[in-house]
Design a protein. Structure first.
Length: 320
């Protein structure tokens, strides 16, 4: 089956980005309330890309139940295509996110992950995957097989988005991660991911190690402390954009979506330092917008452009 072309208004449209991974319902619990939001890291990235105007499809596994319909409608509202084969489960997965006083979230999962083997007729410009989908059997093997087919044909971005409660042993999870890295062009992970995977290494050592496994760019995000971009020839630190935090749900996924948008529009300069700085500032602005709003609620392209303009103006004013 050709997963990368979809009929819309009787016209065939090739996807710029294909996202592969889980979609689920986040049940957000606070001391006062409980609210449900569509979520799952890959689904959040796909939704964020759609909000940024990128032609995006999601290959996932949901059920044709009320929660699955809610996810599909949510994706459709951003223009994201739910790709054929994605309604394969009997119950849509969920994750209960319990918020702390600082807005940080702790997750408990009710999820099974399976994905039918795929053989795309051709490939998008960028394929993104990550999170539970790359670790949890039996679906993880299908994701790896898809990356093995795709990595010579399109850019691949990967965010492991480690969820220790769903992984096997540390050694098994690290081995799975390290088997996938050589199939990628970009690995983005949080400082918590990095410290879990490589507790004996500094963040700089971890970035260098991941590059040594075969990827071309490592991005480590550090929340309010910004992010760091590392290539074999460059090392760039990007400050976070200060913002009032409602919660951190989806912030890393908004960052990833904006990063992918940047890869699509960066021109021919590859991972030059100036390109990395622009990518980092754009992604930081997207994350800052998201943390100000409850749930995984990423910016539209217009909101992101306005935030970048305001930040740039403020920076220029501060320098004069």
């Amino acid at each position: 089956m050709d997963y990368l072309t979809t009929a819309r208004n009787d016209a065939h449209q090739t996807l710029d980005v294909m996202v592969v991974g889980e979609a689920l319902i986040d049940v957000v619990t606070t001391s006062d309330d409980q609210v449900e939001h569509p979520g799952g890291s890959p689904a959040n990235v796909a939704y964020g890309l759609g909000r940024l105007g990128v032609t995006t499809g999601l290959l996932t596994a949901i059920a044709p139940d009320a929660r699955g319909i809610s996810i599909e409608n949510h994706l459709r509202s951003a223009g994201v295509v739910l790709l054929p084969g994605s309604k394969s489960l009997t119950r849509t997965a969920s994750a209960t996110a319990t918020l702390g006083p600082d807005g940080s979230a702790r997750y408990d999962f009710d999820i099974s992950w399976d994905l039918a083997p795929t053989a795309p007729a051709y490939f998008p410009k960028i394929l993104h995957t990550g999170s539970i989908a790359t670790f949890l059997s039996p679906g993880a093997s299908a994701v790896k097989a898809l990356l093995e087919q795709a990595h010579r044909h399109c850019m691949i971005t990967y965010d492991p988005n480690i969820r220790p409660a769903l992984l096997g042993s540390h050694n098994e999870a690290k081995a799975t991660f390290e088997e996938l890295v050589p199939l990628t062009d970009v690995v983005k992970l949080s400082d918590e991911d990095a410290q879990w995977l490589y507790p004996q290494k500094s963040l700089d050592e971890t970035a260098a190690h991941i590059l040594g496994l075969g990827t071309g760019l490592t991005v480590i995000t550090k929340g309010a402390d910004g992010s760091h971009f590392t290539t074999p020839t460059a090392s760039i630190s990007i400050p976070a954009v200060k913002s009032k935090v409602a919660d951190t749900i989806g912030a890393g996924d908004s960052y990833m979506a904006a990063l992918i948008l940047g890869f699509l529009t960066r021109g021919t300069e590859g991972f030059a330092p100036a390109v990395l700085e622009q990518l980092g500032h754009t992604a930081a602005a997207a994350a800052a917008i998201t943390v100000q709003r409850p749930g995984a609620n990423p910016p539209t392209l217009e909101e992101l452009n306005l935030a970048i303009e305001a930040h740039t103006a403020g920076t220029q004013y501060a320098r004069t």
